[in-house]
Design a protein around this ligand. Structure first.
Ligand SMILES: NC(=O)C1=CN([C@@H]2O[C@H](COP(=O)(O)OP(=O)(O)OC[C@H]3O[C@@H](n4cnc5c(N)ncnc54)[C@H](OP(=O)(O)O)[C@@H]3O)[C@@H](O)[C@H]2O)[C@H](O)CC1
Ligand SMILES: [K+]
Length: 510
């Protein structure tokens, strides 16, 4: 699903008005009307006190249209205009006129804290104070209203975007309405998926307000949401006349004393995501561990006998190499890693300690083959690209890094974002149970396994992140969040593949 930017949303509005030859107020009527239908279908006339807080722009105008529809259908509605500015938009004024025609209970105008109404926990709050137009911190008294809403514990439906949240920046130290549900127009907003802003949202749903299809189909967006539909299109079915050679040979360089589990997990995940052959490269000490825990995997070891990998030398010709899980950053391993990068021509997936070694010696980044996949968690990412001021700047820096080194960055987080060639692919699968040791090792194995089978590196990164999270989503039905372990994620990888072709995706995606 495309994630439109602020400018693209305004352009889509214009394109719709032109294509349908309608004034902009019709679009507001439509958006507000659909939002009303959404509320009406759920309330079915129940006598809930609805409090609608409207700003003075078009988000506020939507609120007034919702209010009018609710009044016309007999609901108990109190409408408030949050007068944060005198610059009322034209369509806001149109919507106000239409509301005034239908009710003698005109909206109350709020100008300061003294004007705030009480909000009871059983009220339904509809938040239409700011939409995507917010571009700076709201006035202090307006932020106090956001706080009042948040502290009320009333069910809060935010229209388009929670007030106080900007679509394209993080406004520091600013209160944001905590939405129970965000009913967002036409496309989800990137801010919903970033940790600093996404934390304010429990759930979001897209409301199709019928923006111009031609525009939506042709517009190229920087960000895309990756759900089941997108993942299905990336899947490469297995061929009947195939053999293990068809699905490639992966090599995983992983493990050190006390961290052999990372090697086991990544190798198992690589096998379970469909690689034809998997070879583990590890320390000599790791040999019995690997051979007994995964008999399907072949093992090549360092000729030295120490606790860490000291040399990376093998005489096989893998199609892809995954490197990093549990390696440690011992001096001898660093040297081996550097020597390996100098001669290596095979596609790479780099994780964990391989990333840490790259961060410590950035000159090594120039040795990476084109389209290497790097899978940093937030701390590893920071070591690679430097500190960022907020989550939007993080993405910009990740983009610049990926362009500089021609690599694919898989920025792991609650919503993992794959960054490549100026595009962001936002993953929707996964859950908080995955915040457990070893789940990153599993991802490395999955991505390596997919590249081995012939998925191009970008597709492997996007599709593999989805499958990894999906396996965990299926697994928690059996384990719960707390009981989920990385090993269980591996066991459910097969289910995640099967699930691609089960029921269609339901809204909301997460
Ligand atoms: N296609 C669609 O999705 C449609 C969306 N609609 C709705 O329209 C809003 C966007 O409306 P807009 O009028 O552009 O913006 P807002 O209502 O969010 O904000 C109004 C103005 O407030 C000013 N502003 C911004 N930040 C602040 C602040 N901190 N304090 C005070 N004022 C602020 C800003 O104007 P400035 O000139 O002062 O910068 C805003 O313009 C969208 O979210 C949907 O709800 C349409 O109804 C239908 C189509
Ligand atoms: K809003």
């Amino acid at each position: 699903m495309k994630i439109l930017s602020k400018d693209q949303i305004y352009a889509a509005d214009k394109a719709t008005e032109q294509a349908e030859a309608i004034p902009s107020f019709n679009l507001m009527e439509r958006a507000g009307g659909y939002a009303f239908q959404y509320i009406h279908q759920r309330l079915q006339g129940q006598p809930v006190q609805i409090k609608i807080f409207c700003g003075i722009g078009n988000n506020g105008g939507d609120g007034l249209v919702i209010a009018r529809n609710l009044v016309e259908n007999g609901y108990s509605v109190k409408t408030y205009i949050v007068n944060y500015s005198e610059n009322r938009s034209e369509d806001f004024l149109n919507a106000l006129e239409e509301l005034k025609k239908k009710t003698t209970k005109w909206p109350e105008v709020l100008k300061s804290v003294a004007d705030f109404p009480e909000i009871a926990p059983e009220d339904l709050v509809v938040d239409c104070i700011f939409g995507i137009g917010l571009n700076r911190p709201a006035a202090v008294w307006v932020q106090q209203l956001f706080r009042l809403i948040n502290e009320s514990s009333a069910y809060t439906l935010a229209i388009d975007i929670p007030s106080g949240m900007a679509i394209d920046q993080i406004i520091p130290d600013s209160e944001v309405v905590r939405a129970t549900v965000v009913l967002t127009f036409q496309t989800p907003k990137l801010a919903f998926f970033l940790p600093q802003s996404g934390k304010y949202i429990n759930n979001w749903e897209v409301l199709d307000i019928g923006l111009d299809r031609n525009y939506l189909n042709s517009v190229k967006t920087k960000a895309q949401l990756i759900g089941k539909t997108e993942a299905q299109q990336m899947y490469r079915p297995r061929q009947k006349f195939s053999h293990k050679g068809t699905y490639g040979h992966a090599l995983l360089i992983a493990g050190s004393y006390g961290k052999m589990g990372a090697a086991v997990l990544s190798n198992k995940a690589c096998l379970s995501s469909g690689a034809g052959l998997v070879t583990a490269y590890s320390t000599r000490q790791g040999l019995p561990i690997l051979q007994t825990s995964i008999p399907e995997v072949m093992v090549v070891t360092d000729r030295h006998t120490g606790d860490f990998i000291e040399e990376i030398q093998f005489d096989i010709e893998p199609d892809v190499i995954g490197i990093g899980p549990g390696l440690g950053t011992h001096k001898s391993t660093q040297k081996a890693f550097e020597e390996f990068l100098k001669v290596n021509k095979t596609p790479l997936v780099l994780d964990a300690d391989a990333l840490n070694m790259l961060s410590e010696n950035k000159a090594l980044l120039d040795l990476l083959p084109k389209y290497s996949i790097l899978t940093p968690h937030p701390k590893e990412l920071e070591r690679l690209i430097g500190e960022w001021k907020d989550d939007f700047e993080k993405l910009e820096k990740a983009e610049a890094f990926s362009a500089k080194y021609d690599c694919i960055l898989v920025c792991k987080d609650a919503h993992t974002i794959v960054v490549f060639e100026g595009n962001y692919y936002v993953n929707t699968s996964g859950n908080p149970g995955m915040a457990t040791g070893g789940s990153g090792d599993v991802l490395t194995g999955v991505l390596t396994g997919l590249v081995a089978q012939g998925y191009d590196p970008l597709t492997a990164a996007i599709f593999g992140s989805f499958i990894h999270g999906r396996a965990a989503d299926i697994a928690i039905n059996h384990t719960g969040y707390e009981g989920l372990t990385a090993g269980v994620i591996v066991e459910f990888l097969g289910q995640a593949f099967l699930d691609l072709f089960h029921e269609p995706e339901k809204q909301p995606q997460k």
